[in-house]
Ligand binder design. Structure first.
Ligand code: FNR
Length: 385
């Protein structure tokens, strides 16, 4: 089945058939009208690449560095919450697939498998994504746990001080672990393989939180805790103390505005990710790819600039790299792979993107990803510095 999947869309169709609706919808949804979610994808099609011929393309390389780490290609698996609900042990399987492919994996604060569980199942360091909660003692402990696990970078997410509304999640009554209403039982019963795999694991709730945050020992306390914990007062001062406590590579995620990018560069972080949270937060915000050139122009000489949002192919990765992204993160593409076929499905998603990137780079007359610049862009709807 997986071998027949030739595109990320093919994996999405497979995942839709295998993952209970509430969890598939959780991945495949954006905030409010989903206009930003759609623009993230469709804006890539508005960028045209320059086709070149008769260039020797025999020896090619996609290898480069992201935040000082050697990577097989400039692609990383973005942090996504509830990944272990797309497939049992989802974070472990995705981390293992990323490790085998030589690309970074970032574990979400809201993951099902805990930092320690992912650490135990992998050999190379992964990155950890931090949401800043009101309970700062919990945050300090999380940072310390990520350090103890040898995480190679901290991805600090800045665009979720307050939660954007996703209609599908409300309509589906989404929760982790799943509720057992007749509707949910039906959704799960029609996905027997998913159920069997889920019965075989103990990772069924937020592994970084349950048993670690004060007063969160059971599931009802977890639900009220998470609702009230995202911190609307988060400020640049918090970035400074987190940077100090962490002491390692710091990546700020969720920058879409040039002014914020300047503040981020001044904060001393190592990299920023131009991102609108995959269109899951401010509906009506611009697409990430359209924001990228202006931000690269403003701060690209001072801080490493990455991007995520709407990347569905190797051609999209190539366009983002040409517009100045040193790293390109994928969220839904790997989630669809995971839902479609566990670890092998994630590996397939990475392979599809790697293959498309390699061939497209060659057809632009380039052999080394590190030499890609705006020269391979034929036309873009925004000014390209
Ligand atoms: C996310 N994203 C996200 N970001 C983050 O910093 N912490 C998180 O826990 C999550 N959770 C999450 C869940 C799901 C289901 C999705 C789809 C996304 C955002 C994610 O890191 C990334 O910014 C987007 O997924 C990128 O867009 P694409 O590649 O999904 O289009």
């Amino acid at each position: 089945m997986l071998e027949n999947a030739l595109t990320i869309d093919d994996l999405k169709a497979l995942a839709r058939r295998r993952v209970p609706k509430m969890f598939f919808d959780y991945a495949d949804s954006g905030a409010w009208t989903e206009s930003t979610y759609r623009a993230n994808e469709s804006d890539f099609a508005r960028i045209l690449l320059r086709q070149r011929v008769l260039v020797d393309m025999t020896e090619r390389s996609l290898a480069t560095e992201m935040v000082g780490q050697s990577v097989a290609m400039p692609v990383a698996l973005a942090p996504t919450g509830l990944t272990g609900m797309q497939h049992a042990d989802g974070e472990i399987l995705a981390a293992q697939a990323a490790e085998a492919a030589g690309v970074p994996f970032a574990l979400s604060t809201m993951s099902i498998c805990s930092i320690e569980a992912v650490k135990a199942a992998t050999k190379k360091p992964f990155w950890f994504q931090l949401y800043v909660m009101r309970d700062r003692t919990f945050i300090e402990r999380l940072i310390d746990r990520a350090k103890a696990a040898g995480c190679a970078g901290l991805v600090l997410t800045l665009d979720l001080q307050i939660l954007g509304q996703r209609h599908k999640d409300l309509r589906n009554g989404l929760s982790a672990p799943p509720k057992f209403t007749p509707k949910h039982i039906w959704q799960m019963a029609t996905r027997p393989l998913w159920c069997l795999q889920m019965l075989g694991t103990r990772n069924r709730s937020f592994g970084n939180i349950v048993g670690h945050a004060s007063n969160v020992g059971d599931l009802s306390s977890l639900s009220s805790w998470t609702k009230e914990q995202f911190d609307p007062r988060l400020s640049w001062k918090d970035v400074a103390w987190i940077k100090e406590r962490w002491g390692g590579k710091l990546i700020l995620k969720g920058i879409l505005d040039v002014e914020d990018a300047r503040m981020a560069a001044a904060s001393g972080a190592d990299a920023i990710i131009v991102s609108n949270h995959g269109g899951r937060q401010l509906d009506g915000a611009r697409s990430s790819i359209s924001a990228l050139p202006g931000i690269v122009d403003a701060v690209g000489d001072r801080i490493e600039v990455h991007m995520d949002g709407g990347v569905r192919s190797g051609q999209d990765v190539l366009k983002a790299v040409a517009l100045g992204a040193k790293g390109v993160w994928i969220g839904r593409p790997f989630l669809y792979g995971l839902g479609a076929g566990g670890r092998a499905g994630v590996a397939r998603a990475i392979e599809i993107i790697r293959n498309e990137l390699d061939v497209s780079m060659a057809l632009c007359g380039k052999r080394d990803i590190r030499t890609i610049d705006t020269g391979i862009i034929d036309e873009a709807p925004w000014p390209v510095p």
